[in-house]
Design a protein around this ligand. Structure first.
Ligand SMILES: [Zn+2]
Length: 137
């Protein structure tokens, strides 16, 4: 599932019964049923941004749909509770930058968030936050 440090999100989403659609709109997650969902990603954004969006929406799917025990059709978009947004961000960050590999890369790059960001295909800001959360910076 991890190829050269980068998690294969397309494969992961497909594996859990989802699909990704790029459209001219804000990001959202639409769940029809367990194992049947669509992640909507805005068009014309960077790969790093798209990857964070997809991982974040997957966070909503697992944390706020499956784990919350829902089985009805529902949509997650902007305007979720702040706590839910934070949880989805933490999920995304951990999925995109697994702890041990992140530690290794952070050390190997002498704490260069640009290099580490490039390795995981995330934004430097996301890499910096991850380093702070892991107490590395
Ligand atoms: Zn969200």
């Amino acid at each position: 599932m991890y190829d050269d440090g980068k998690v294969d999100l397309d494969r992961l989403v497909t594996m859990f019964g989802g699909r990704i659609e790029y459209r001219d709109s804000v990001e959202a997650l639409h769940v029809r049923d367990a194992g049947d969902f669509t992640i909507f990603v805005p068009q014309f954004t960077s790969s790093a941004r798209d990857r964070f969006t997809i991982a974040h929406e997957l966070g909503h799917y697992f944390l706020h749909y499956r784990f919350a025990g829902h089985s009805d059709e529902r949509t997650f978009g902007r305007g979720q509770r702040n706590r839910a947004e934070t949880e989805a961000n933490v999920f995304a960050s951990a999925l995109l930058m697994p702890k041990d590999e992140f530690r290794r890369q952070w050390r190997a790059s002498a704490q260069d968030e640009w290099k580490v960001a490039n390795y995981f295909d995330v934004s430097p800001a996301a890499a910096k936050v991850r380093a702070q959360v892991l107490d590395l910076s």
